[in-house]
Design a protein around this ligand. Sequence first.
Ligand code: ADP
Ligand code: MG
Length: 322
Amino acid sequence: MSESTVSAAGLADPAGRRALMAGVDAVPGSAKPDPILEVQKIVRQFGGMTAVDVDHLEVQRGIITALIGPNGAGKTTFFNLITGFDRPSSARTGAHWSFDGAKLDKTSASSVARAGMVRTFQLTKALNRMTVMDNMMLGAQNQEGENLLKSLFKPLWARQEREIEEKAKDLLDRFKLLEKKDDYAGSLSGGQRKLLEMARALMSDPKMIMLDEPMAGVNPALTQSLLGHIQSLRDEGMTVLFVEHDMHVVRHISDWVVVMAEGRLVAEGTADTVMANPAVIDAYLGAHHETDLGDDELLSDDAMQEIAQEVAAEAEHEGGKS
Ligand SMILES: Nc1ncnc2c1ncn2[C@@H]1O[C@H](COP(=O)(O)OP(=O)(O)O)[C@@H](O)[C@H]1O
Ligand SMILES: [Mg+2]
């Protein structure tokens, strides 16, 4: 394979992919060797308040990037904007973003998903009243299921439906939810719901998965499993972009960290680099003093349990706000 082919397909070896980041400048908006997502001048205002003002961001293909920042920094709004669930205020003044070479500026959420960039969704009331399996089938809609033309060719559709069902079962098995397939989604534990959200997002074979606080409300037993799943997705070649509050978790699984504060990118780099960055410390201290920027005692089971408990307590404390 030529070098460009390797780059286009993503290096098979995850360590190799991460090694590509060694030469990347630890500055906001820095160029990446093989960006899958490129964002230019995305601004979102609510009334007079600027929630997001990202001048330039590149997300490297095939690694785990964490998006961190204090509450209200604009992380969720940024996710909504780039996945087509919200529109930038700067739409007419130079907002551009592209995913895997395709322009997404004016693209609907379903087209964004078809392009291969998928975000997870919290189970809403309606989804809770559906079975686990039906939730999975819904996740496949971004493929061909909704295509009217296809439904005219019934045999083709029926075959595809069987294939989709098989795929759903494989994914449920992988996420240890197969036994729950006929249960209502609403009966799942907090952690199982997060697993279902992830499994459902994978039904459309994304190239990049975006997770907004995937550990919130997850019990200790499942936190490690969730982290393991996220790492496996990366190891299989998927790009992961995730928002996470717990700095221990961020240090544990991120290959690269992007920091937002007051809508802007204030730092980028490895976890160690950004957590030692005065601008990041200031951003957190300005927002809430008690944040612990994490240490390296992460790999033991005890430490992981502790993290999970902290996160669960925090989620409970924040009472279902998202
Ligand atoms: N729909 C909305 N209407 C008005 N203000 C909003 C809306 N969504 C978010 N905001 C505000 O935008 C800022 C960024 O919010 P958000 O993106 O949720 O931050 P984060 O996810 O980093 O905690 C906050 O000040 C929030 O109150
Ligand atoms: Mg948020």
